[in-house]
Design a binder for this molecule. Structure first.
Ligand code: NAG
Ligand code: NAG
Ligand code: NAG
Ligand code: NAG
Length: 468
């Protein structure tokens, strides 16, 4: 029954796996304190030796009869460790299956997670080459020429991988990848070869990302200068406005303002900085609330409570509520067309959401314990009643990130209500009230417009949309 290994006890094995996990964490390039992790050739070789050790342990099982029970026992113990809230999610796939290819795990972590500065890349290559030479020298004193011969043989296969490799699906830290057949084959080849293949994968991933970034920059520029025809009715209407002599100037102004709001919102969402924040938020909030909250605390400690970085944090939290619906939001923004409501008509529809509880309750039930729920709770605490902090993020973001069931929504809408009131003492975000003007072309009107398009004209955005 249970774990049977002549030399290593189950408890020892579990501790060794924990130690291995710590090394893999360092392979992200950072220590848990947030400082850079130092990787030189010795460190890299040591990590591969750990991998080799696990592979040997599991290899020795393959020859024994009751290995299944041992492996089950180990997997049971590992699943407990992995389920712990403080255990890194990226390593959740550690099991007897993946550990039996532990050197591949080390290689993948080092190639795909470690920032590949010159020194890191050098350490990785030197370590791999040295290990291969060591193995070869046991069999052959003239190991260097055999090594180079072997390398030459690989030349053509690398070229073909490089050509067709860019279409290959790749996701870093995907340990399921490790278990598939391709990598099984690869494990039989030698260290340098595996390393080159992983580096080529990383290179093609990076070049994909760069092309995407370039294309995005072109789109962003086009949106920013409002020259893009999205092919929806809104643009046609705008042209009509320009052509129709019967339209009056007010209407034309309205369309111009609306178009500015729309492109400004769109430009924000597809901005390179925003996309980076979204990508960070998506990774960060994939962790348990306890884990990401720790990361947030650390952000606060390292930067102090200055207002600039606080607004970045608020932005990051709000973006965390949107990652799941990202492409839906952009599609919706593209599709909104001009309407002739006034700000106060729009706002009264938004306010109706606060009293229309029935549908919201259902939504609330389904969302309350979700990722977004815990992010919003955290944000509510962070704001600590200072709504002006919400005023620092773009109108489109607060509108699309805060669901109407959340207390934060009520808080936000009520603040707009106060701003709309004449004679209210608070700091104003526009001067329309003093100048006895309608809120038409001001920040408040833009915030209301955004709430309206996302909550009244885009209810589908809130119904379990998921494009992750
Ligand atoms: C590499 O080794 C040095 C000491 O030789 C040590 O200070 C450092 O923490 C090690 N780095 C990693 C990532 O293990
Ligand atoms: C590798 O292949 C390229 C062309 O595919 C060739 O030009 C080069 O000489 C080859 N290198 C070696 C070392 O064989
Ligand atoms: C790997 O591929 C071989 C055939 O090339 C097949 O027999 C084997 O079942 C595959 N293994 C896995 C784990 O998919
Ligand atoms: C390279 O091949 C040798 C056998 O020729 C083997 O012992 C060694 O483990 C291999 N290295 C890797 C990293 O697969």
């Amino acid at each position: 029954m249970g774990w049977k290994h002549p030399e290593v006890s189950l408890g020892e094995m579990v501790n060794l796996v924990k130690g291995f996990a710590d090394i893999l964490i360092l392979a992200s390039g950072y220590q848990s304190s947030g400082l850079l992790a130092h990787w030189d050739q010795q460190n890299v070789t040591k990590a591969f030796q750990w991998g080799f050790f696990f592979e040997q342990v599991f290899k020795s099982f393959r020859c024994s009869e009751d290995s299944d029970e041992s492996l089950q026992e180990l997997d049971k113990a590992l699943s407990v460790i992995v389920a712990d809230a403080s255990f890194p999610q990226g390593l959740a796939k550690l099991s007897s299956g993946t550990l039996s290819r532990a050197r591949d795990i080390v290689l993948e972590q080092l190639v795909h997670c470690l920032p590949l500065r010159d020194s890191n890349l050098g350490a990785l290559l030197c370590s791999t080459i040295q290990m291969d030479l060591d193995v070869l020298s046991r069999e052959d004193p003239d190991c260097l020429s055999r090594y180079l011969d072997k390398l030459n043989l690989q030349n053509t296969s690398h070229d073909s991988l490089h050509d067709g490799g860019s279409s290959e699906k790749f996701s870093p830290i995907n340990h399921a990848d490790i278990a598939n057949n391709e990598t099984e084959e690869r494990a039989k080849q030698n260290g340098t070869n595996s390393c080159i293949q992983e580096l080529l994968k990383r290179q093609s991933a990076v070049s994909c990302a760069l092309s995407a970034e370039k294309s995005l920059a072109v789109i962003s520029r086009a949106v920013g200068s409002s020259q893009l025809t999205w092919g929806d009715q809104s643009i046609d209407r705008e042209h009509l406005m320009h052509d129709g002599a019967s339209r009056n100037k007010d209407q034309l102004d309205e369309v111009t303002i609306w178009y500015r709001w729309k492109t400004r919102s769109l430009a924000y969402f597809i901005d390179k900085r925003t996309i980076r924040l979204v990508s960070g938020a998506s990774m960060m909030f994939a962790a348990s609330p306890m884990q990401w909250a720790q990361v947030f605390e650390r952000l606060k400690m390292s930067e102090g409570r200055n207002i600039g970085s606080l607004s970045d944090k608020i932005e990051l939290l709000l973006l965390g509520c949107v990652t799941r619906r990202w492409s839906l939001v952009i599609k919706h923004l593209q599709s909104v067309y001009h309407d002739s409501f006034t700000s106060s008509q729009r706002f009264s529809e938004v306010c109706n959401l606060l009293s229309g509880r029935s549908q919201n309750l259902i939504l609330k039930e389904s969302m309350a314990h979700s990722k977004e729920g815990s992010i919003l709770d955290y944000l509510m605490n962070l704001l600590d009643g200072q709504v002006r902090l919400l005023w620092m993020v773009p109108p489109a973001l607060s509108a699309v990130a805060i669901p109407s069931w959340s207390p934060l929504f009520r808080f936000y809408v009520n603040q707009i209500k106060i701003q709309l009131k004449e004679g209210s003492p608070m700091l104003r975000c526009c001067s329309c009230t003093q100048e006895k003007k309608e809120h038409k072309d001001c920040e408040l009107a833009e915030r209301i417009w955004c709430l309206h398009i996302f909550h009244i004209r885009g209810p589908q955005l809130w119904l379990g949309g998921n494009d992750e």
